[in-house]
Design a protein. Structure first.
Ligand code: 13P
Length: 340
């Protein structure tokens, strides 16, 4: 590996005020979102939807990298141009999700372990040859009665670190995503405690497995109360809790941070990212960016509904969300941006 190439890629991905667009839903996840809207759950519908996204005019103004799923990585536009070429021509760096999903963890009821390490070196080489320059692996941590367990946190941290080390060997920037889920009625304080513990364990493992921190991106959850928690703190409190937690456990050397959205509404995700940058940007050792899927895509999918006639309006909605989050990176997002 050439560490400087990786560090250059990190800098391009987090340059200025741009961020990442996650469009790497697995087929089952993509189908589930289509089913809710009555969109056919077919390979052609998924292809058409991904074509809509990657051909969105001016997407490259706000998005530096997109994360693809294996199927999308091998698909083309209707005219035969590969999606990877379309993305690269738009000045966007292609990335790829390389885990094979979160599965029930043996001996750990209600907890998940992410799989995909077997044969990973070979797959990473193929993705690199196909044009990918960064990769993503998502670990899932559930908060509940007596969970997460130490066993689940440690097993996921080890897998994330093995993946990250392999990526760097091949020349791909690892995006390390340990997601503490928002499902449940846990408090902000509980989320903060769990996130702290998870990140601490992940960085211990990254260190043990000799991952170069400057050449990786952390993709964490924001520190938020569970979706069913009766007490939902104000935007500034979420921003404070998130930044405080990150400052305690994320080494200054880390190349950058790009949050997942995790099921927050689009506007809340933008408001919270904005508050963090507005209040803390000049005092942080790393940039705070976004790597959202739902919080960028959902309005576009709701408009598209699988219909060719809706493509242009859906693309405008996608571009709008990307631009709002770009403004949030600068701490310049405000409610007026949401008015038609
Ligand atoms: P959300 O922003 O929808 O949480 O997705 C981010 C992601 O990439 C999940 O792996």
């Amino acid at each position: 590996m050439n560490a400087q190439d990786l560090i250059d890629t990190v800098q391009m991905l987090l340059a200025a005020d741009k961020g990442l667009l996650a469009m790497d839903e697995s087929n089952p996840t993509c189908n589930k979102r289509f089913a809710k809207l009555g969109i056919p759950q077919t390979e052609e519908a998924r292809r058409a939807y991904r074509e809509l996204i990657v051909t969105t005019p001016r997407l490259g103004e706000c998005i530096s990298g997109v994360i693809l799923y294996d199927e999308t990585n091998r698909q083309q536009k209707k005219d035969g141009t590969s999606f990877v070429k379309v993305i690269t021509d738009a000045g966007i760096i292609p990335g790829i999700k390389v885990d094979t999903g979160a599965k029930d963890m043996a001996g750990h009821p209600k907890e998940k372990i992410t799989e995909g390490l077997d044969g990973l070196r070979v797959r990473l080489k193929e993705y690199f040859q196909m044009g990918a320059r960064f990769a993503k692996w998502r670990a899932v941590i559930t908060v509940g009665d007596g969970i997460p367990s130490q066993g689940c946190i440690e097993a996921n941290a080890q897998a994330l670190s093995s993946y990250a080390a392999l990526c760097q060997e091949i020349g791909l920037v690892p995006v390390v995503e340990p997601e503490v889920l928002m499902d449940g009625d846990h408090t902000l304080e509980r989320c903060s405690k769990v996130t702290h513990e998870v990140l601490h364990t992940v960085f211990n493992q990254l260190y043990t497995q000799r991952v170069t921190l400057e050449a990786m991106i952390l993709k964490p959850n924001m520190v938020v109360p569970g979706l069913a928690c009766p007490k939902q703190q104000a935007v500034d409190e979420i921003a404070d809790a998130t930044v405080r937690c990150l400052l305690q456990v994320v080494p200054a050397a880390v190349g950058g941070i790009a949050f997942l959205s995790g099921g927050q509404s689009c506007t809340l995700a933008s408001e919270r990212l904005n508050a963090m940058n507005l209040r803390f940007k000049s005092r942080l050792p790393w940039g705070l960016a976004f790597s959202f899927a739902r919080a960028i895509q959902q309005p576009a999918m709701d408009i598209w509904l699988g219909k060719e006639n809706n493509v242009s309006a859906a693309q405008q909605a996608l571009y709008h969300r990307a631009r709002c989050n770009q403004a949030a990176r600068r701490g310049e997002y405000n409610a007026a941006m949401e008015r038609p």
